[in-house]
Design a protein around this ligand. Sequence first.
Ligand SMILES: O=C(O)CCC(=O)C(=O)O
Ligand SMILES: [Fe+2]
Length: 207
Amino acid sequence: MTLELFEPERQDNILAFDGVVQNYGLILNAEQSCRYLHYFLQHLAWQRDEVILHGQHYITDRKVVWYGDEHYQYRYSGSLKRAHEWNPALYRLKQQIEKIVGASFNSCLANLYENGQQAVGWHSDDEPSLISKIGHETVIASLSFGATRKMSFKHKFQPAKADMLLQSGQLIVMRGQTQKYWKHCITKTAKVIEPRINLTFRYFFPA
Ligand SMILES: O=C(O)CCC(=O)C(=O)O
Ligand SMILES: [Fe+2]
């Protein structure tokens, strides 16, 4: 695993306006992060994602899996997703994150990028099932393991952008109106040949 020269600094908000992306820095040490990476690589039920765009059926390179308190179901990009029962280690990590962040989560969408060629394009996590009925905000806590990758944000209506590197053991939280006004992506890079896992803890409001 590559060792980063600089630890990420904590930041209250990397966005200039219209949303909040908090950088909590590293919440796990290198050894803990490395153990989680190898454990999750082996023990989560990874599957390529199916999406239907403009009537065309696609299978993504990156793998995903969704865990939750119940077998929540929802339809996005034309295919039906169903939450698995919590993996116990993932559940304990969820409880730890809830304490740090001061919010509760009932599900986790996990992503596996085998190398820098696998990425996720510009999108917002703005499905109605993720928006709270009171306050109308979305809180997503995102914890990374393995290879350092760049996450970018761009405003939907203004020429504003922000970038951050996500290291192994680093936690960020997207909250407020971030999903309404900003898109985010993980960029491709030929330099990264190692895997990265990202866990996005979410609160899912069943319809
Ligand atoms: O891998 C990441 O850090 C981001 C994943 C993401 O945007 C998502 O799961 O919605
Ligand atoms: Fe996302």
